[in-house]
Structures are given as C-alpha cells and as structure tokens.
Design a protein. Structure first.
Lengths: 469, 359
C-alpha cells in the first residue's frame, strides 16, 4: 500500500488510528504489528513472508548474541553476526542483484544465463538495513536485545517508514518501543506534517514527474533548453517525492507517538556536494557511515585508505538505489566529486561568493539526477548530450515547455529551500495573525489535505519511485 | 487546556472526514458509468477477487476512486481550474485556440516501426494478389490544424512519417490528404480526434479524383443530425467552456444492405445519438467486418477496405460507387486481409486510417 492512495487515505489510516487510540496501551504494539503486516501484505501478499522471516531471524540473532555473552562464550558472537549479515545481505542480494549480475556476466563473457525476473520485494532495502543495524548494535553491546518478539516485529515492520524510509535504526527508537508519549498536541503536529508530505508528493512531485517522463521519452528532437527543463523537473520531483514520503512517515510516527529522525534538510540550498549529502536522505548516509565507512577505518588510516573506503561506500550507495550500472556510475560520480572536494575544492568553494558555490552544487546534482533517472547508461548519455546542446539549444517545443512550465518550476524551486519556512513562520507569528496561528495552520492543512485527496481520487500520474531501492 | 481541545478537534476531523467519505462510498448505490469521462466505472460487483496476485487490491483502489462522491464534478472543477490558469494541455489533450481540443501526439508516442511494418504487409498483399491498392492516410487534427495548436506544442513529424511509409508502399497509389485537409477547421471535430463528415467528404473528393470519376454526392447533401456531440477529447477536458460539435450525415440511402459480422445493421445508428459517444452514429461503432452491397451502383466492383474508425464516416460516400464494399477492422476480427480478399473476390484494396494507427 502506498500513502498516496485512496485505500490508505480513506480507509487504512483513519481506521488504524481510531483503533490505536481506543485500545489500552498493552495492546498498542501488537495492534501496530498486525496493521503493518496488513499494510505490507496489501502490496506484497507473498513477499510478506520474507519480511516475517527476516524479523524472526534477527530477533533470534539478538537473543543469541546476549545468550553467548551471559554464558561466557563471546568468541562465538562474531559468527552469529557473520551469519546474520550473510543471510540478510544474501536475501537482499538474491532478490535485488541476481539479474543484474547475470546480465553483466552475459554482457562481459557472452554467456547465456537466463534472468530470474523476480519482482523486487518493496522496501526490502529499507527493512534489511534496519534489521542489520539492530544486530550490529547488539553485537557491539551498544543496545540490549529486544526480548519481546511482538515489539521487535513491530519495529521491523512499522508501516510509516517501511517502504520508503527513513531508515530508522533500532537504537533511535529503542526507548520509544516500550513507552512513548501519545498526546493530542503531538498527534496534531503529526497530522500537519503528514499533510505537508502528502501535498508535496501529490501536488508537486507528480506534476513535475509527468513533465520529466514526457521530455525523457523524446530523443532526437530534445533541444538543450527542453533537456534542462526536464532535468530540473526530475530534480524537483525526486526531492518532493522522497522528502514528502519522509514527511508523511515522520507525521504518522508522531500520530502514533514516535519521534523518527529527520531525513531531509533542504538539500538544494547546499554550497557543496559534501554538504548536499549531509542534507539528503540523512538516514541512509548515517547508516553507511556507522556500519560501513567507520568500520572500514574511515579517514583514520591515511589518505589512500580513506579513498578506498570512500570508493566502496559510494559504489554501494549507488547500487543500493537500484541494480543497474547507471546507479553504480551515479555513486562513482559522487565519489569523484567528494574526493575532489576533500582535496581542494571545498576550501576554494568557501572563499567564492555564495552564488557561485550554490550554482556549482545545483549543477553537479542536476547532472547526477540525469544519470540516476534514465533507464540505462545509453539513455543517460544521450540525455546529457542533449543537455549540452547536441540537438540545438532551443526549438519551438522548448518554448512551449518553457511557457507552460517555467513558472511552476520556479515556484517548486522556491518551495524546496528553507526561505519558504522562514517566511511562513514570519507570517504566522506576527500580528495580527499571531493570536490565530493555530487556526491559520489548521485551515491551510485542511485545504491542502482536501486538494491532495481530490488529486489522488482524480487519478492521473502517481508513480512509486522506490520500487528499485 | 483550550489548546488541547482544539488539537483533539483537528484529530477528530482528520479521522472522521475520510471515514465519512468511505461510508458514503460503500453504502450509496454504485454508479455504473461516468458520462463525463465516457467510461465504465468499477462497482462492488466487478471487483476482482485475486488477492495473492494483487488484482483485488488494485480494483478496490479503483473502486474507491470511481465511486467517490461528486467525482464528475471534481473532474470538471479540475479542468476549469486548469483553463483559468491558462494551462494548455490536460489528460493527453492539447487545448488549442478557441478551446479546440487536439490529441497530444509527440513523436515519442508514435510506434513508427509498427506503422512501417503494417505498410509493408499491405504492400505485399497487393503485390501477391495483383490487385490495385489505394492508401489514404489521414493526418491527425493537430497536424492538419497545426496553426490552432498551442504555440510550439510537440507533435510527430507528419512529412517524415509519410515519406517513410510511402517508401514501404511501392505498389500503392497513395492519396495525399494533407493538402486537402490542411487548415480546414470544419474538417475536424473540436472535441474529438476524428474528422468530421465534411473531412471525410473532402477525402472522398480526392478519392474520386484519383479514380477519375465524378463524386456521386455534393457537399450540400450533408445535413446535421446532432449539435451536441462531445467527443473523446472532451472526456479528458470536461468543461463548460468547450463548445459542442455537430455531426452531419448523408440522407439515408434506400436499397443498400449492410451487414456487420453477419448481422444486419444500418449505415447509421440513430440510437447512438442518444448516448455519450455519438461518433458511433456511423454503423453503430467499429465491427470486425462490415459488408455494404449496393445494387444500384454504377460499377460492379468489390472493394476491400482496411481501416480504423476514421473510415466509418467515409463509408456512406464510397458505398455510392461500389457494388460491394467489405470493410475490415483487424482489431476486432481474426480475418486476415489476404484470406478475405480471396473469399470476397476483391477487385481493389484500400487502406483508410489515421497515419499513426496500426491494427
């Protein structure tokens, strides 16, 4: 089930919340687990079994790690961890990368392995990383193992962040699993946050996405201006879509009493690619840093080792987003930029006027999204060529797109930076609005909710972008 | 304390509004069709039952959207809002000058290879049978009336496509309709992608010229049968600002026998004028095969007409001049053109279809 669907908005969410608020505390976690399983099984009626297996398996691993500690056999612990990592990554690898691997082998050696063509279980990359974080943290003795299977199951399967993040590490919400504050004010803030995310996804991302789809489907006749508008549209689509999903997840979390970590912090106002990645999909960056980059040695063992570590991290970050060479290239592209920035670029960027570093970052990110969004490297290459004027700078169609979409794109760009939040607060907390700030917020949220709901009902373009993650 | 009550009200609203809507959807009698959108709606009775394959879930989602209260009005409101904002396209239709609607057909949506393959197939048929082949490709309204499109709106390249298809058809006589239809506003509907009967008549004139005969009817014979046609494009951009179209037709012709897939019909189906899709006035819509026999025709020839829906309004004109016409729509039958040509003893083969359409 996705959030931007009638079944979720009209039935699932209101019913689950109503029941959740009415039942006694001790039933809330089991009820959430059940609701989450229904949520997942709605879209993946078969693959829900894989998620259940992962849950039970890692629950067992956590208990085993503690048991070995208690019974004085700590030398076995690393084998339990190894088994857990191998099985988790094995499942992820089998479903996500087998065909990619076979295809690459066939292309390289002319072999004829038949692809499996298994559909990817939705959200597997997200929940696998969540369960891995749990086992690793228990292994490191940073958190105690969870003894209640239902509570652990609820954490792994929790529907708000299950299919599109953020990646909530167990330790981030360990204390909230047993006891959490469920209050009207917090739930209300959650509703506002949810509506904000829903509007981002349904009203902004979907309309920008339709433009990208149209322009990326053209080939020979795509002039540079058209290509630029298309790439800008995708850049805004992925931001509003992804951060919208995170807003919705965080918002539902608040309605349920959870505090999930933030996932986006106005990435498009960064002044360097390094900064961009501190503000974009923060929970993924954190995960790779905590569980891969630092264990590999991070930056502590000399520059050469650091480069190697960065290379591994970014190659895998790229491939995490999808099993295809364009994602590997996308990751390596960022690796190259980040290394350049670490070596010298960052220092220079800091001395340059802010406008220059902003433009540099935006262009670097724009190009990366072209590689990311195209179906394969060939298409990405042709798109990049057209962006640099291979089919001319502009034609009649470019101006058609420009007239129709330049203003919406500009508005989208404005809504993607923090200035809009500052202005909104300034408006809310000044006379004469100040005394009615809550009423104003409620009215705006209600209007956004109704319009978004109608947009979902009306149908039209409503893609789920994370089916490859 | 007061603030807390307000928060609780917001939560109650957030939970009760959707539940209220859900109740209305579930307990109100289902609507079977949406006249405005020109399609059947999902009802409780035709929900899919396959849960493991996910079809039930998809059909339930569709059901909730389709049976949402005031759905038609919402669709209309969306369109009005877009028109007010000056949006020039919606739901795959361009909104051109005078609120004329055009099917949005950028080059990327055209399956050029399939068009060429079909042209090759027809050409082979003519070569194999030795029968003369006439091809009339109809340019889409956005091509013929390019001046009325929103400025610069992307469309496929007609000339390129025409040249590419011509190259596949050495055996055919191709009747170029672009010069005939270009700039002729009255030859296309404003709310539908088809040509008007006048458009078909202009093509008929070009047909007669290619055959060296005089047209059997004149433009003044066309009489309006309805002034309230809102076509398939209107369904995508439903709005009070879009004007209605007029459908014209020849006066009914006595003495013709018309058969569709073995069932007797009429060249015109007046019942269709009472429905949403009034273009079905012509033969009641598309059929696999339509056979028209005219004992009074000047010639005794039999024509095999390979076609899409554009030919439906052309058929009454051609019927004047042929003893027998067998019209084949390959989308709706298993008949192969070559078999049919033999069975009916065709003397001529013709292709009449929108240039971008393939069976």
């Amino acid at each position: 089930m996705v959030f931007s669907s009638a079944v979720f908005l009209l039935a699932f969410l209101p019913i689950v919340l109503s029941v959740y608020y009415m039942i006694p505390v001790r039933l809330k976690n089991p009820m959430l687990l059940l609701a989450s399983l229904i949520f997942y099984a709605w879209g993946e009626p078969v693959y829900v079994l894989i998620m259940l297996f992962s849950t039970v398996f890692d629950y067992g691993n956590g208990l085993m790690l503690e048991h070995l500690d208690r019974t004085g056999q700590p030398h076995w612990r690393k084998w339990v961890l190894a088994l857990s990592v191998a099985v988790n990554l094995g499942l992820l690898g089998f479903f996500k990368y087998t065909d990619f691997l076979l295809g690459s082998l066939n292309a390289l050696f002319g072999t004829g392995f038949a692809p499996l063509r298994l559909p990817l279980p939705i959200g597997i990359s997200f929940y696998t990383f969540q369960t891995l974080s749990y086992t690793i943290d228990v292994y490191r003795r940073e958190i105690p193992a969870q003894r209640r299977l239902v509570d652990f199951g609820m954490y792994v399967c929790l529907f708000p962040q299950l299919i599109a993040g953020p990646i909530v590490r167990y330790r981030d919400i360990a204390s909230q699993i047993g006891v959490r504050e469920i209050g009207a004010d917090k739930a209300c803030a959650g509703i506002f946050r949810f509506v904000q995310g829903l509007a981002k996804k349904v009203l902004l991302a979907n309309s920008f996405g339709a433009l990208w789809d149209e322009i990326s489907a053209q080939d020979g006749e795509r002039a540079a201006l058209t290509a630029f508008l298309g790439a800008a549209a995708y850049m805004l689509q992925i931001y509003f879509d992804f951060s919208g999903y995170s807003d919705m997840a965080i918002g539902i979390g608040k309605m349920l009493g959870f505090d999930f970590p933030e996932n986006f912090n106005y990435p498009y106002e960064s002044r360097s690619v390094t900064e961009f990645w501190r503000r974009w999909h923060i929970s993924l960056g954190t995960w790779f840093r905590e569980y891969l980059y630092i264990p590999l040695g991070g930056s502590r063992r000399g520059f050469a080792r650091q480069i190697r570590n960065l290379l591994i991290v970014w190659l895998l970050t790229g491939l995490w987003h999808g099993a295809g060479w364009q994602f590997a290239v996308w990751g390596l592209y960022f690796f190259a930029l980040l290394v350049l920035e670490k070596r010298f670029l960052l220092r220079r960027l800091e001395r340059l006027p802010a406008a220059v570093s902003h433009i540099y970052t935006l262009l670097a990110v724009l190009l990366s999204w072209v590689i990311f969004a195209c179906d394969d490297l060939g298409n990405a290459w042709r798109y990049l060529l057209s962006l640099f004027g291979a089919n001319g700078l502009a034609n009649a169609a470019s101006w058609y797109y420009f007239r129709a979409h330049a203003l919406p794109l500009l508005i989208g760009a404005f809504l993607s930076v923090s200035a809009v939040k500052t202005l909104w607060r300034r408006f809310l907390y000044r006379r004469p609005v100040e005394n009615h700030a809550f009423a104003v917020k409620t009215c705006v949220a209600a209007a956004l909710y109704v319009v978004s709901l109608l947009a979902v009902i009306n149908g039209g373009y409503n893609p789920f972008l994370y089916f490859r993650f | 304390m007061k603030r807390l009550t307000v928060s609780k009200t917001v939560i109650a609203g957030f939970l009760l509004l959707p539940l209220l809507l859900l109740t209305v959807i579930l307990f109100r009698p289902d609507q079977a069709v949406s006249a405005i959108e020109n399609r059947t709606l999902t009802t409780k009775d035709n929900l899919d039952t396959d849960i493991l394959g996910g079809d039930f879930q998809n059909s339930l989602e569709q059901y909730l959207c389709d049976q949402f209260p005031l759905r038609g009005r919402i669709k209309q409101a969306e369109t009005e809002g877009k028109l007010l904002l000056g949006v020039r396209e919606s739901g795959g239709a361009y909104i051109g000058r005078d609120f004329r609607l055009f099917q949005k057909l950028p080059a990327s949506e055209i399956d050029r290879a399939a068009c060429q393959k079909y042209a090759r197939k027809v050409n082979r048929l003519s070569e194999k049978t030795g029968l003369p082949l006439y091809v009339m490709y109809v340019p889409s309204s956005g091509i013929a009336l390019a001046d009325l499109l929103p400025q610069g709106a992307p469309m496929y390249h007609y000339e390129d496509l025409y040249a590419a298809l011509s190259a596949q058809l050495p055996a055919a006589e191709i009747i170029d309709l672009l010069p005939v239809l270009s700039g002729q506003k009255d030859c296309y509907f404003a709310t539908d992608h088809h040509w008007t009967t006048l458009g078909a008549y202009c093509a008929y004139q070009a047909w007669c010229e290619a055959h060296g005969i005089q047209p059997s009817v004149s433009e003044s014979d066309l009489t309006p049968v309805t002034h309230s046609f809102q076509g398939t494009l209107y369904s995508r951009v439903p709005s009070g600002r879009i004007p209605c179209d007029t459908i014209c037709a020849l006066p009914p012709d006595m003495g013709l026998t018309v058969e569709a897939d073995g069932r007797e019909i009429d060249l015109y189906d007046p019942a269709a004028l009472k429905t949403k899709d009034k273009y079905n006035y012509f033969q009641g819509g598309n059929h696999g095969t339509v056979t028209v026999t005219n004992p009074h025709a000047a010639s005794d020839k039999t024509l095999l007409l390979l076609k899409d829906s554009f030919a439906n309004s052309l058929l009454p004109f051609l019927a004047k001049d042929y003893h027998k016409i067998v019209m084949l729509d390959e989308r709706y039958t298993f008949w192969q053109p070559s078999e049919l040509a033999e069975v009916i003893g065709a003397d001529e083969i013709a292709v009449v279809r929108e240039i971008i359409s393939v069976p």
